[in-house]
Ligand binder design. Structure first.
Ligand code: HAM
Length: 423
């Protein structure tokens, strides 16, 4: 007996039954993005770990969950926990600053986070992301929200809600954080252990704690939206005015503060309307300081990441149906050694002509092969027995009616192509 292997905890095999959802979602997301002028980018699965570790003492939650390792040369590398920093790294390294701005990119990639696995939370996850680098206009924010909304509409996922907030800039946020800390300072004995840490390390995250005691305290906390500087206030107001033009279902939510460290101004998340904050479907926002932080010139940017795993789970939950193109419509069956060789050739002639076909060469009996053909649900079975092999002919069996016709071998591929086209 060989050793029994198991996939690593928190990872999963995406089996063929789920691949059809994956392919469908990918196709819709990519089409919507490309029609809106986004271009695809693929970056390496691992990067210099320093790319993700920024802001001394203020580690983003994603950083502490990173898979970090040393390669044989002693370089410290990280399996990417998210896509925004790598895209900004590529923007700078590959000279995209000199392209006409903004640069609009999309990606579909796997990411790695050493999180505690649970329903909808994996250690290897898939995200579809959009990034627009080099444009500070509020229209970019509104346009990304509109693009995400369109992606979900095209999937027929209607049970979603978009939660929007602004978390200010380097001018107004520190002032607000002071106010927030002042509000919490007398209440620290009443908050959970995590919030005690958040108070010191990342006070904004006090606002999205889900602990019952903390929820109660959050109710009266000052809101950033009332404490924005005039530039942030005007920017956010314009974003909302543009989003209003499009009749998008959104809610202003002062608790949306996001888990990553680079956000400034507009932030938003996509939720299942019933389940709320638990397992958000996607999230994003502006990150106007990140390009500079990674060594570039001052460059505004905005982006979004959709969890593909969670989107597919949502489609399964809402029982979203979609049509799938059937790839295999022909089965090739054979009887006898000579026929087997001819069938092998016929199968490859069909595939060369772009006609999906299958055969089972190890199944002896014609009855067994026809059963397989029925199970596959093909429209036609092509049969070559000893007699047809000798005559140079092929029987075309229409699986629905059971009718059989004989054609010369040379004509069969053309006849089938024509029948499938007119079907
Ligand atoms: P994020 O909120 O960390 O943002 O992740 C975006 C989405 O990825 C989440 O809303 C969720 O659907 C999915 N996701 C995250 N972690 C997991 C997990 N462990 N298992 C399953 N799904 C997960 C970002 O990563 C930002 N880079 C998004 C962004 C792009 N912001 C600006 N541009």
């Amino acid at each position: 007996m060989g050793k029994k292997f198991q996939r690593p905890r928190g990872t999963r095999d995406i089996l063929p039954v789920e691949q059809k959802y994956f392919k469908y979602v990918q196709n819709i997301f990519e089409t919507v993005a490309e029609e809106a002028g986004f271009q695809k980018i693929t970056t390496p699965t691992f990067e210099d770990s320093k790319l993700f570790v920024r802001g001394v003492g203020k580690e983003a939650e994603v950083t502490k969950d990173m898979y970090v390792f040393k390669d044989k040369s002693g370089n410290s590398l990280a399996l990417r926990p998210e896509g925004t920093a790598p895209i900004v790294r590529a923007y700078l390294e590959d000279g995209m600053q000199s392209l006409p701005q903004p640069v609009s990119l999309y990606y579909l990639s796997n990411f790695f986070r050493y999180e505690r696995p649970q329903a909808g939370r994996y250690r290897e996850l898939w995200q579809f992301g959009l990034e627009v680098i080099g444009d500070k206009s509020p229209l970019v924010d509104a346009n990304i929200i509109a693009t995400v909304w369109r992606m979900y509409k095209k999937l027929n996922l209607t049970d979603i809600s978009i939660q929007v907030n602004s978390i200010g800039c380097s001018v107004c946020r520190p002032k607000y954080v002071k106010l927030l800390k002042k509000y919490y300072s007398g209440k620290l004995t009443k908050v959970c252990a995590d919030c005690k840490k958040r108070y010191k390390v990342n006070p904004l995250r006090l606002l999205d704690c889900k602990n019952d005691k903390c929820l109660e305290i959050q109710k009266e906390a000052p809101q950033i939206i009332n404490n924005l500087c005039s530039a942030c206030h005007d920017h956010f107001k314009t974003v909302l005015e543009y989003v209003d033009e499009l009749e998008i279902d959104y809610e202003l939510n002062p608790k949306i503060v996001r888990g990553l460290d680079y956000y400034t101004g507009t932030v938003f998340e996509v939720w299942n309307a019933k389940e709320g904050a638990q397992n958000s479907l996607g999230g994003g926002g502006r990150y106007d300081l990140l390009v500079e932080l990674l060594g570039g010139s001052k460059t505004p940017a905005m982006g979004f990441g959709v969890g593909v795993d969670r989107t597919i789970e949502e489609m399964e939950k809402e029982e979203i149906e979609f049509e799938q193109k059937k790839n295999v419509n022909i089965f090739v069956a054979q009887l006898g050694n000579k026929a087997r060789k001819k069938c092998f050739k016929l199968l490859n002639d069909l595939l060369d002509a772009g006609i999906g076909a299958e055969a089972r060469f190890d199944k002896g009996g014609i009855g067994d092969q026809l059963k397989t053909a029925s199970k596959l649900g093909v429209e036609y079975t092509l049969l070559i027995g000893q007699r047809e092999a000798f005559d140079g002919t092929v029987i075309i069996k229409d699986m629905a009616s059971g009718n059989q016709e004989i054609f010369p071998y040379e004509k069969v591929v053309k006849v089938i192509a024509k029948r499938l086209r007119s079907a």
